[in-house]
Design a protein around this ligand. Structure first.
Ligand SMILES: [Cu+2]
Length: 129
């Protein structure tokens, strides 16, 4: 009996989560490509929002240029605040609200930098071209 209830609970959470994700996808039109990339005083700034996942999921940035990766949290209490960027050995716990700047050294053309939450559930990638 307990396992049936547990199964139902998991199903409800899974369905609820699916609806939640779907409604978010519907209400937030994809930002135009490159709109989260800016060059400020010779440095490239890539902005990623972290809350219930990362947005935008895919970014195209310039290779061969020092990059500040600006991670913005706003009432972020889910696991996307536990961020890891394996290829540069970066790992941090983002504050619930604020901006965290990660200095990324110039990347070679064709490099893909991937950020992932502690559980490996959410991710984002930045392709350097
Ligand atoms: Cu996660």
């Amino acid at each position: 009996m307990k396992s049936v209830l547990l199964g139902m609970l998991i199903a409800v959470i899974a369905i609820g989560g699916g609806i939640f994700l779907f409604s978010r996808a519907g209400s937030q039109p994809a930002a135009p490509a490159g709109s989260n990339v800016a060059v400020v005083e010779g440095k490239q700034v890539v902005t990623i929002n972290a809350k219930g996942g990362y947005a935008p999921r895919v970014t195209v940035a310039k290779a061969g240029m020092a990059t500040d990766l600006k991670i913005v949290t706003r009432g972020t209490f889910d696991c996307s605040s536990a961020l890891t960027i394996p290829s540069i050995g970066y790992r941090t716990n983002l504050p619930p609200s604020g901006e965290t700047v990660v200095e990324v050294p110039p990347q070679k053309t064709g490099t893909k930098l991937q950020g992932v939450c502690s559980m490996g559930m959410y991710n984002f990638s930045i392709a350097f071209e």
